[in-house]
Design a protein around this ligand. Sequence first.
Ligand code: HEM
Length: 146
Amino acid sequence: VKWTDEERKVINNIFSNLDYDDIGPKALRRCLVVYPWTQRHFSSFGDLSSPAAIMKNAKVAAHGVKVLHGLDRALKNMDNIKATYTELSILHSEKLHVDPDNFRVLADCLTITIAAKMGDSFTAATQAIFQKFLCVVVSALGRQYH
Ligand code: HEM
């Protein structure tokens, strides 16, 4: 994957203005509410029985922050994203048995959460660049599935 200077700039700009503790929990909560089958992986997290329960679940919030920090690896290794995610791909595939389609739905929830935060400044051009970034991450996370 090749990145233009403009793409690097836009992606770095999004992340440097990102409040991980706000956006991470919101994105994961949204994923669990909108795509309820994703809840099956988080049975050890306690009460997920309703949107309200998910909203106030502290384990969900903490994991959302962790997942968002998982994207730092891509940010810091833009030219080698595939290799960067080998370990996480193996974890999600062989140990957690997460269906790789779910990477895309979580990525979409993250996009919506960031769009809501950034408002008008999240232009179509910005989204296109962010989408490219997430696509590369999602594809890298799915690489160790067979
Ligand atoms: C754990 C990142 C998508 C389920 C993790 C961890 C990271 C991470 C960094 C912690 C690994 C560790 O402790 O060594 C990501 C990223 C994703 C993603 C970057 C996509 C953008 C998903 C999805 C699901 C999922 C879609 C399920 C629907 C889990 C579970 C754990 C985990 C169950 C272990 C949680 C625990 O018991 O602590 N993920 N993840 N992940 N992930 Fe993901």
